[in-house]
Design a protein around this ligand. Structure first.
Ligand code: 0X9
Ligand code: ZN
Length: 305
């Protein structure tokens, strides 16, 4: 098993970030986008080939939900794959020649750390709320997209607690601020979750169809078909509200509404056998499936713009 076929503690991931920028000074830089409730840094990596300024860009975040360990594993996998296969694989070369890629490996470091030390099934961040002893906000209910309507809860003890107000949490505010500041360049947004094997796109916060629904559906369908063909695994696809459930305040819907018209949430393996406890020997296949989906969609976006 290689480094990328194992799960890593938060400390290991911070070391990995450091090593990755040191080993690739010409192509990888680090952006400190903010810090968590417990004051851990939120580092995003920027992959930028050929020294070309003002390129279009895509964003990938992982680890919004603490217990979904395959998600940070994918972000590391994606960076490693990009750096190893640039100029060796046609698709990733086309993508990196046309786009800068921002990768946030762990959006919820406090929660992720907590799943390693205290409670493997923790989902939310670790912020305290006034007037309740319950801890944590669901960061994927804390964005300003029909915030805290049906599909979220205003109870601090709930697993889908929306927080005191939109972007009340430093982690969601950091991502929202970064995307707002880069919305002219960022064309494509991915948020990586698990489990259930789905490729989702807006909207999740309403039953309404997105204005470019047909495009999004076509892209998700093609990505799902590629996964089926190459890895013999089934991924459902469709708008979030019609494919899983109504869930407002998500990062994908917010990114879409802010002008990033290609916005996706992936739910990686599996379909419930192991759930969040996906064994490490499944990491490579799960990540390769997600990778082919990212590539397929990114290439379509490049063609269209
Ligand atoms: O409920 C969620 O936040 C995601 N599913 S998970 O099991 N990983 O928690 C789905 C997110 C879909 N997008 C939005 N709800 N905006
Ligand atoms: Zn999730």
């Amino acid at each position: 098993q290689t480094f990328y076929e194992r799960y890593h503690s938060l400390e290991d991931i911070y070391f990995w970030i450091n090593r990755t920028i040191q080993d690739n000074p010409a192509t990888v830089s680090v952006v400190l986008i903010g810090s968590s409730f417990e004051k851990r840094p939120l580092y995003a990596l920027k992959l930028s080939m050929n020294n070309q300024p003002n390129k279009k860009a895509m964003w990938i975040d992982c680890g919004i939900h603490a217990r979904e360990w395959i998600s940070p594993a994918f972000c590391l996998w994606f960076v490693q794959y990009s750096l190893s296969f640039y100029k060796r694989n046609h698709d990733i070369t086309t993508i990196l020649d046309n786009m800068d890629v921002y990768v946030l490996p762990v959006m919820n470091p406090d929660g992720y750390h907590y799943t390693w030390t205290n409670n493997r099934m923790w989902r939310k961040n670790r912020s305290a709320s006034s007037g309740s002893s319950c801890i944590g906000v669901d960061l994927n209910r804390n964005f300003d997209a029909n915030w805290c309507t049906e599909g979220a809860s205003n109870d601090p003890c709930s697993e889908i607690y929306c927080g005191a107000f939109p972007e009340s949490e430093p982690e969601s505010a950091a991502v929202a601020n970064f995307l707002r500041n880069h919305r002219d360049s960022i064309q494509l947004y991915f948020s990586i979750h698990s489990y259930s094997q789905m490729l989702l796109f807006p909207f999740s916060c309403t039953m309404d169809e997105a204005q470019n629904h047909a495009d999004l559906l076509e892209m998700a369908k093609e990505a799902s078909q590629k996964i089926q063909r190459y890895y013999r695994n089934h991924y459902k696809y469709g708008s979030g509200s019609k494919t899983i459930y109504l869930a407002p305040g998500g990062s994908d819907d917010w990114a879409y509404n802010t002008g990033i018209k290609y916005s996706f949430t992936f739910e990686l393996q599996d379909r419930g056998r192991y759930g969040f406890l996906l064994p490490p020997n499944y990491i490579s296949k799960a990540c390769n499936e997600a990778l082919i989906a990212v590539k397929t969609i990114a290439l379509r976006v490049i063609e269209k713009t």
